[in-house]
Design a protein around this ligand. Structure first.
Ligand SMILES: [Zn+2]
Length: 299
């Protein structure tokens, strides 16, 4: 055995270690346990090819897959005050922010973009659950206002993808203030006669559900997304009753009149365009021969 462990194995190892192998080549589906090759998973928009489980997708990847040719323009979001409460739990808030920025490569939990989807101009905004649980702080509030202002200025509909654990505790009352702020931003769109469409993704909870994520003219959700204010575990402990199967999941909420649609991620792009073009009185997009974008909707 000695010559194998001392000579052959290091030789084999050195052969392979020279090539750079990305660490996360395979992802295990949390629902069915199938090992999925990363490229195949990315091609399928992070939806399990085996069981259709919708995994998280970053706002940037979502936008790349949604906008025509993957081209979009980022809308600048005003920077809020950093750590106004000098908050500290196990870690200082600025340290937490730095770690999240490093791991996601984004500034905060929201990305705003403008571009065209099947030649239909829109403004889109997406929340990143990977960034501190997609928590709603001042930056998220600023992002929603920036997106709404941009949509009003360009006379375009706004599409919002939500994913959040709720308000950002590290900003205390300032994070809760984003609920009325974002509600006012949505009102700006309504006053301008522009559609506001919400796509709820897994999970959308807490203060986000209690404000801008529930104010859409059309409420769409991705399959099996958890959408709630307080989660099922908290409710179960409070009322001491067993909750029904699929409680607070997208399909359950659709059945009970809380949602308009539950749409598979691969059909989302087309469905959004159909709804937007209908609401803004544009001719439908035709495959293979997309019509030029019609006039902006009348305010
Ligand atoms: Zn699966």
């Amino acid at each position: 055995m000695n010559w194998i462990s001392n000579y052959v194995r290091p030789k084999i190892n050195s052969l392979f270690s020279r090539r750079e192998v990305p660490e996360n080549l395979w992802t295990k589906c949390p629902e069915c346990g199938t090992m999925l090759f990363h490229r195949e998973l990315a091609d399928n928009l992070n939806v399990c090819t085996h069981c259709d489980h919708h995994m998280a997708i970053t706002p940037r990847d979502r936008f790349k897959a949604m906008f025509d040719g993957g081209v979009f323009l980022e809308v600048k979001v005003p920077e809020p005050l950093a750590d106004p409460l000098h908050f500290r739990d196990q870690k200082k808030y600025p340290d937490r922010m730095k770690a999240a920025q490093k791991s996601t490569g984004e500034k905060d939990a929201m990305l705003v973009a403008e571009g065209e989807v099947m030649r239909t101009p829109i403004v889109a905004i997406a929340q990143d659950f990977a960034f501190m649980g997609g928590s709603m702080g001042m930056y998220v509030g600023n992002a929603i206002i920036a997106a709404a202002e941009r949509a009003v200025k360009l006379k375009r509909p706004l599409v919002l993808f939500s994913a959040a654990g709720g308000a950002r505790m590290q900003e205390g009352i300032l994070s809760l203030m984003q609920m009325p702020r974002s509600t006012v931003a949505v009102q700006m769109l309504k006053e301008a006669g522009l559609p506001y469409i919400v796509v709820l993704t897994h999970p959308t909870t807490g203060g986000v559900t209690a404000s801008y994520a529930m104010l859409g003219d059309v409420q769409i959700a991705e399959p099996n997304a958890l959408i709630c204010f307080a989660g099922p575990r908290v409710i179960e402990q409070t009322i001491r009753e067993k909750l029904p199967e699929g409680f607070q999941r997208a399909e359950y909420l659709l059945d009970h009149g809380m949602l308009d649609r539950v749409t598979h991620r691969k059909n989302l792009r087309e469905e959004l365009v159909t709804i937007i073009r209908m609401l803004t009185r544009q001719s439908p997009a035709v495959h293979g021969d997309l019509p030029a974008t019609a006039e902006a909707p009348k305010a």
